[in-house]
Design a binder for this molecule. Structure first.
Ligand SMILES: [Zn+2]
Length: 597
């Protein structure tokens, strides 16, 4: 019970009389408590625990304790209550926060007192050497300086180590997945997920906290997914970094998506063969018409669609794009994100765009029949339309599109071309190794038996037995990725077959007769040119589990033959949206001989 002012007024004056010494004792404890309360407020932020809750606990206990000392009639009882309550909260808080931080950041431990004593002898607090290797810019577009505060400094140092290492290795995605004592760290480099050394749990939490702070995320929110953006630069190389956090039972997951040069890629950079590129570029000025671009998930489709968009003169032409989720920005293109909040269906929004009479319409994804038909109509009448579709090959894309539109005549009338693609990693030109492949295998793959091929090198060691790591590819053997394409320009013959056919099998046999397609043949051409390796083609082409045929074993239906070779033990499927790179571009990326950690 806290007495109100009117109650206090009724009390005899002697009740509140305190001996000056007793009053001084209460004042001293009160002052210590005030310092403690301030420290808790700041410390909860630094160690990332519940700030509001702890402030509430410390403040309410402090108030109750002080009132106890003042109003419990016997000072000998009230004062110990005051000291005891505050002490209890203090001990509980320190035990709690010490569990959340690294050994050297714990307080009121033997180590802490030893550190205090050493620092005391020097007279001045010694700051740990922390250097900026990656220049960070926060969500507020302000440069992030090296912090003054010790705990924040340590967080900054850990973030620097992680970011420098990841950027040097060209990781497109960094994931930090918390466990009980440690956090798993994975990098996705050129579409391949690689396990890195785990982080101690407090280090992972420190990194999470610092990045959340500079990305402008809510520090109190530990469960709901959050998304922010920062910039990270090494020298002249500046990268946009998406910061995502998401709660899990084990703690908050951190995911960083680093953007490299995808935003600058043009169609000629994508990996078309010279013949294909000629056919593709010939269609650039053809209007109206619809171009269907397809790939299995995570095979670079988004990058390709954006690159096609960039091929047009976006200053002179009105380019409109409507998508379900924005992957990256394209300058001078109106990018709309579909949202049900406007109360309109995708088809209605698309129709509105068509009526606004743009030159080019880009649809990275179409999900319903009505929208598909509107896209086709627009491509018959006036506009150039690009549509993205998930499919394993050109025929699969054509089949899915005809099914979605539900009108093969309309498809035949509007369609200009169909593309399908995969991504393969590009061999590092600095360390790739020439070898003479097994003649039997070459015969099986329809390749010239005497050809020299390339592959990543065997691990190399110096005279002290230390591994020699190639500076150009950081020891992965590959630098960047390139697309492998299947491209079908729709000619009058195919148009006629599409119109007349009673089933899509007719279209398939027509395509089969025409030949010249085939992702694997295109990929093997890149092997012959030394751009990639047989192993990489096997990995990339089969990573999605859809295609595994060897030329000559295709069944009549054109689907993968039942005798497809068993899937090799491939790394996890690529997770990067479209971290496509020009062949061997990054050789100018400066880096230390060894990574940061
Ligand atoms: Zn190399």
């Amino acid at each position: 019970m806290i007495p109100g002012p009117e109650l206090l007024a009724q009390l005899p004056e002697s009740y509140l009389y305190f001996h000056p010494v007793k009053l001084a004792a209460i004042a001293v404890v009160f002052a210590l408590w005030a310092v403690f309360a301030q420290w808790v407020d700041k410390d909860t932020v630094a160690v990332n625990t519940f700030r509001v809750l702890w402030n509430l606990i410390v403040l309410s206990t402090g108030a109750v304790a002080t009132l106890a000392a003042l109003f419990v009639p016997m000072f000998a009882a009230g004062f110990p209550i005051m000291v005891g309550l505050n002490l209890a909260v203090g001990v509980v808080y320190v035990l709690h926060r010490n569990k959340l931080v690294r050994e050297e950041d714990r307080v009121f431990t033997l180590g802490h007192f030893r550190r205090l004593r050493e620092q005391g002898f020097r007279g001045k607090k010694k700051k740990k050497e922390v250097v900026e290797r990656v220049r960070l810019t926060g969500a507020d577009r302000k440069f992030v300086p090296i912090p003054e505060d010790d705990i924040e400094r340590e967080q900054y140092r850990l973030v620097q180590d992680l970011m420098f290492d990841a950027l040097w290795r060209r990781a497109a995605i960094i994931e930090v997945l918390p466990g009980k004592d440690a956090a798993r760290v994975t990098y996705t480099i050129d579409g391949v997920v690689m396990e890195r050394e785990p982080l101690a749990r407090p280090d992972a939490d420190a990194i999470l906290l610092f990045l959340k702070r500079i990305a402008g995320l809510n520090l109190e929110e530990h469960r709901k997914p959050q998304r922010g953006q920062i910039m990270a630069a090494i020298g002249e190389h500046k990268h946009k970094v998406l910061v995502r956090t998401d709660g899990s039972t084990a703690g908050e997951k951190l995911s960083l998506r680093i953007f490299y040069n995808e935003a600058d890629l043009k169609v000629p950079d994508l990996g078309f063969s010279p013949k294909q590129l000629e056919a593709v570029m010939a269609l650039r000025e053809v209007t109206p018409g619809l171009i269907l671009l397809s790939a299995p998930p995570k095979c670079g489709l988004t990058t390709t669609i954006y690159s096609f968009t960039r091929t047009h003169d976006r200053f002179l032409q009105n380019v409109q794009m409507i998508e379900f989720e924005k992957e990256m920005d394209v300058e001078n293109v109106t990018q709309r994100i579909f949202s049900t909040a406007e109360g309109k269906t995708f088809a209605e929004q698309l129709l509105k765009i068509v009526r606004s009479d743009p030159d080019i319409i880009v649809l990275p994804e179409v999900r319903d029949r009505e929208s598909a038909a509107i896209a086709c109509q627009a491509a018959v009448q006036k506009q150039k339309v690009y549509v993205g579709l998930v499919a394993v090959d050109v025929f699969d894309a054509l089949r899915k599109w005809v099914t979605l539109v539900g009108d093969k005549n309309l498809v035949a009338k509007s369609l200009l071309a169909v593309g399908n693609q995969r991504l393969v990693r590009v061999l590092c030109t600095q360390c790739r190794q020439a070898y003479k492949p097994d003649a039997a295998m070459m015969r099986k793959l329809n390749l010239p038996a005497d050809k020299v091929l390339y592959r990543p090198p065997e691990p190399q060691f110096d005279k002290h037995g230390r591994p020699i790591i190639c500076q150009n590819c950081q020891g992965t053997g590959y630098v960047g990725r390139t697309g492998v394409f299947e491209w079908l320009t729709v000619d009058d013959g195919l148009r006629e077959v599409l119109r007349r056919c009673t089933s899509l099998a007719d279209v398939q046999s027509y395509l089969h007769k025409k030949g010249g397609l085939g992702l694997q043949a295109q990929a093997l051409q890149k092997v012959l040119e030394g751009i990639t390796s047989i192993q990489e083609v096997a990995r990339a082409v089969r990573a999605d589990g859809t295609i595994g045929e060897v030329p000559g074993t295709r069944s009549a239906a054109g689907r993968p033959a039942a005798t497809a070779p068993p899937r090799p033990a491939t790394p996890r499927a690529p997770a990067a949206g479209g971290a496509l790179a020009k062949p061997a571009p990054g050789s100018d990326r400066g880096g230390p001989s060894r990574a940061g950690r």
